[in-house]
Design a protein around this ligand. Structure first.
Ligand SMILES: Cc1cc2nc3c(=O)[nH]c(=O)nc-3n(C[C@H](O)[C@H](O)[C@H](O)COP(=O)(O)O)c2cc1C
Ligand SMILES: [Fe+2]
Ligand SMILES: [Fe+2]
Length: 393
């Protein structure tokens, strides 16, 4: 694949097709990439971020192939190791290189990677760095993924280097986006796990991007956007308060009762023209669940009672949803039990951070009977009513 983004600006990162999970959590069906870019100015050479430590050899090989025998600056936008992990090796290989970052990131780089303080120079929000005929401008973008995260803008070439912002988990064959639909889905998977919990901060930072005149967005995961409006529009939608007429039902069932409840309930919603996505947690791709949470107006968790509480798989899903803080507006629970328990109470407690209205749960003793199915119909009716009230039906 061609590595040159624009004159003197090269992709020197690494694709990762073998990795199965990101952060030990989200499956990577299309792999991921750790993007590092080399920017050659008339006077100075800069490396923009690096790669995951186990891909250091790929980065060094790419630099060697391009005949890079000197690096002046290593710009570090974010201290997380998937981008900073190879900085120590780069500093060892290129002894005159200085890390350019912000003070918060400096502290993290020193503690996470034991980088010497005297190899780091810091920049303030709005500062510039000249390479001669190319100029970087830095702007802080806190919580686009961590508190120290920043982005940069290469003024002459109109390239935004956005690190995790707009990233996608995709190890593609092309430097630039070739399949918009696939990239959008892989970027949504990325957004759901990494960005969604900080939706309000992302929204503010998105405005900073929108204020720039951009030719290319070069993120640190996935392909480069040569038509950046697509991902800016997608993010604008994801971070907005707008929800869709969709219900997400993460559930688990040991002996089939909760399964029957979920099947009936899904049908009841479909008959009422509400889109429903049910995820059997035993086999579900948690990334798909996270993607569905980006838009859904309502979440209904289905769980049997196990040792007086929710099934561990349902508890894990509730915990995850609570962490990811989707913009979901309504929540309910469908539960099957045998004798006694506190499944509903506990699931409610586990999702306490969500700003949702709780709808009447459906509790069923053993296998569902007629009155239980009627209760599911009432829950479906309540959801329709709520969705109508907020104007999405
Ligand atoms: C390992 C295990 C532990 C259970 N613990 C409880 C419990 O503490 N309280 C309760 O009311 N039912 C308990 N049950 C009964 C189930 O909640 C009940 O059979 C339920 O209908 C199962 O739903 P399912 O068919 O969707 O798995 C337990 C069942 C199993 C298999
Ligand atoms: Fe990150
Ligand atoms: Fe990252």
């Amino acid at each position: 694949m061609s590595r040159e983004l624009k004159n003197g600006i090269f992709f020197v990162g690494a694709l990762d097709r073998e990795r199965t999970l990101f952060d030990g959590l989200i499956p990577l069906p299309d792999g991921t990439s750790y993007n590092s870019y080399l920017v050659r100015g008339s006077e100075k050479i800069a490396l923009v971020d690096t790669v995951e430590p186990d891909k250091t050899a790929v980065l060094l090989g790419n630099l060697e192939e391009l005949g890079v025998d000197k690096i002046d600056y290593v710009i570090s936008h974010h201290a997380e190791q998937d981008h900073s992990g190879a900085i120590p090796e780069i500093l060892a290989r290129y002894p005159q290189a200085q890390v350019v970052t912000n003070p918060k990131c400096q502290k993290l780089l020193m503690s996470l990677l034991e980088i010497d303080e005297d190899r780091i120079v810091t920049v303030a929000d709005g500062d510039t760095l000249s390479l001669g005929d190319k100029t970087f401008r830095f702007f802080y973008t806190p919580w686009v993924h961590w508190p120290e995260t920043m982005c940069s803008y290469l003024e002459e070439d109109k390239i935004a280097f956005t690190c995790d912002f707009f990233g996608s988990h995709l190890a593609g064959d092309t430097l630039f986006v070739s399949n918009e639909q696939q990239v959008q889905n892989d970027a949504k998977r990325y957004f759901a796990q990494i960005m969604m919990p900080f939706r309000m901060q992302i929204r503010k930072n998105l405005e900073k991007i929108k204020a720039l005149e951009i030719d290319l967005i070069a993120p640190s995961h996935g392909p480069v956007y040569d038509k950046p409006q697509m991902i800016i529009d997608a993010y604008s939608d994801w971070v907005s308060d707008t929800v869709k007429n969709q219900v997400v039902v993460p559930y688990v069932s040991m002996h089939g009762s909760t399964q029957k409840l979920v099947d009936y309930f899904s049908q009841a919603l479909a008959q009422r023209s509400v889109a429903v996505q049910a995820f059997n947690l035993v086999e579900a791709d948690i990334g798909e669940l996270a993607i569905a949470l980006v838009d859904a107006a309502t979440v209904v968790i289905g769980s049997p009672t196990v040792l007086t509480g929710p099934h561990p798989a349902a508890a894990q899903a509730a915990f995850l949803i609570n962490l990811l803080r989707p913009k979901t507006k309504f929540l309910s629970i469908i539960c099957s039990y045998g004798w006694a328990g506190k499944t509903v109470e506990q699931l409610k407690e586990m999702t306490a951070r969500l700003q949702v209205e709780f709808l009447e749960p459906v509790l069923v003793l053993g296998r569902p009977k007629r009155q239980d199915l009627q209760a599911l119909d009432r829950l479906a009716d309540a959801i329709v009513q709520k969705h109508q009230n907020i104007g999405i039906i």
